[in-house]
Design a binder for this molecule. Structure first.
Ligand code: XMP
Length: 509
């Protein structure tokens, strides 16, 4: 399998670069720029990409790799800071662009290079830099310019070292994909044969061998990651896997049953479902403060799981659904850090086991979904929208009661049905109902009502760090509102949340 190393210099797009490479069916991994050159040599990469970064190369504290990386005989593509670093390591000069710093679109004129095969002589690229390569190192030549950057692309073609001042990984670079493909296939000789099917097959074989005879435990939340991890491990170890599904009673309508049915009936997995709803509600009685609710739920979850794990007895392996962005966020290139999943956080400290297995460590979210489909997990589970660990408890404002949960479940189910019916479930990233603690006056028939207010929330986002409210069609909102007030009698008013994040958050609590 060909592998590309994305050497991280702190750029904001490092994950995006790896993503773009994997989209071409070439496996890419992000590692710290501090990775020893010997490790890089041994890993057998077909190509290396130096990412961008916020620093100036002439700042002594800027992140660097050794010049030896450029001498491994492996093709290198340096992007932005990566290009500047390459130039400096090779004896070139980088200076501040001062007033001619470039941000945004620029016009690249190239003079031909394997990197620019099939790229028109003039095309749009995305620039974001304050420094530039003033003196090109010996052996390098300028292969592209923009009106304000005299060395927008440089190359030492003999050594297969390429540098670009712009960002080929972002959409705004019109031929960025072609350039990356050129680097991967023409320059680095990758085959582009990394597929999800291969990933699944290779993982199953690996765990069959590594976990032979071992007992494995997995905490299922019903979320995408833990579901895919569980099914993959089940393929490898069969009935030696036990899944524990703690139903805290704060799931959406029919959700617990869907999870149980899928895993028990479709996959014939050993699944222990713990219906702990009453226990959680008892703990939540009288609690109105959001953070307190969260904490209670998190702690109770661990307690319930611990009790179940004790009944199962000793296990050798604990499965976690950690995915690649979690690994990267917890420090690139560093030793495995166990992610504190909202649902399984703290589990390692309460159960007795020898090792943790994280079968999805290498995958991005959409790759996890593709693996899920490959494993035969139903579409509705694979494309499940994110759902917070504390569940509906943070969507019932104020004190949580079974009655309020029942109202919210119905409203939420109606809203979800309508979004689904309109085919919008993949464009809007998260959509749900919130039961507010306001009562308002309404009129039904000839009578005055005084019922609850339900808010609908739908957001568009890439990373959930920021989000915009979804411009759902009025018809969809109208239908949902109509159905909610007709079908859920205690609701007298429906409002739509039109706040972005920031200043609001996605969830109301
Ligand atoms: P916020 O409300 O912080 O939500 O803008 C961003 C994303 O995170 C989810 N979320 C949570 N997920 N435990 C979780 O597992 C939590 O306590 C929690 N709070 C928010 C939220 O649903 C959204 O996708």
């Amino acid at each position: 399998m060909d592998k590309i190393l994305v050497l991280d210099f702190g750029g904001q797009y490092n994950q995006l670069i790896a993503r773009r490479v994997r989209e071409q069916h070439v496996y890419a991994e992000i590692r710290s720029c501090q990775t020893p050159v010997e490790e890089i040599r041994k890993a057998g990469y077909s190509g290396i990409i130096f990412t961008g970064g916020p620093n100036s190369v002439y700042d002594p504290a800027s992140p660097r790799c050794g010049r030896e990386v450029l001498e491994l005989g492996i093709p290198v593509l340096g992007i932005c800071y990566g290009c500047q670093l390459m130039a400096v390591l090779e004896g070139g000069e980088v200076v501040s662009a001062g007033a001619v710093s470039e941000y945004g679109k620029a016009e690249l004129t190239h003079t031909g290079s394997p990197l620019f095969e099939d790229v028109p002589a003039v095309s749009a690229v995305w620039m974001s830099h304050t420094d530039y390569v003033k003196t090109v190192p010996t052996g390098f030549s300028v292969t592209g310019v923009t009106p304000s950057c005299p060395a927008a692309a440089i190359a030492d073609e003999e050594r297969r070292l390429y540098g670009v001042q712009f960002h080929p990984e972002v959409m705004h670079t019109a031929y960025g994909k072609t350039m990356l493909r050129n680097f991967l296939f023409r320059i680095s000789g990758c085959a582009g044969d990394w597929t999800m099917e291969d990933f699944v097959r290779a993982s199953v074989e690996k765990y069959q061998k590594e976990l032979a005879g071992k007992r494995v435990l997995c905490a299922l939340s019903g979320g995408v990651d833990s579901s895919v991890a569980a099914v993959l491990l089940h393929r490898a170890v069969g009935e030696r896997l036990t899944c524990v599904f703690v139903d805290h009673g704060l799931l959406r309508k029919d959700e617990g049953d869907l999870v149980e049915r899928t895993f028990r009936e479709k996959f014939e997995m050993n699944i222990v479902r713990v219906n702990a709803g009453e226990r959680f509600l008892a703990k939540l009685a009288g609690v109105t403060e959001p953070e307190k609710k969260r904490k209670i739920i998190g702690e109770e979850f661990i307690r319930v799981f611990e009790e179940e794990a004790k009944k199962i007895g000793y296990v050798h392996v604990l499965v976690q659904g950690t995915i690649y962005p979690d690994v990267v966020e917890s420090g690139v290139g560093e030793a495995a850090t166990i992610k504190s999943h909202h649902n399984v956080g703290g589990l390692p400290s309460v159960i007795d086991f020898d090792e943790i297995v994280e079968p999805l460590r290498l995958l991005f979210k959409d790759e996890v979904r593709a693996a899920g489909l490959e494993l035969g997990i139903p579409y509705e589970l694979v494309w499940r929208q994110p759902f917070p660990g504390p569940g509906l408890a943070i969507r019932v404002l104020g004190e949580v009661t079974e009655e309020k949960l029942a109202v919210l479940r119905e409203c939420d189910a109606i809203f979800r049905e309508e979004v689904l019916a309109a085919g919008l479930e993949r464009t809007t990233k998260q959509y749900f109902a919130v039961l507010t603690d306001s009562r308002t006056v309404g009129v039904m028939g000839d009578a005055r009502t005084y019922g609850c207010t339900v808010a609908l929330r739908a957001v568009d986002t890439d990373d959930f760090m920021t989000a915009d409210w979804s411009r759902l069609p009025y018809d969809v909102l109208a239908k949902a509102s109509n159905r909610i007030t007709n079908e859920v009698r205690t609701v007298s008013r429906v409002v739509y949340d039109i706040t972005s994040k920031p200043p609001a958050t996605v969830e109301w609590e």
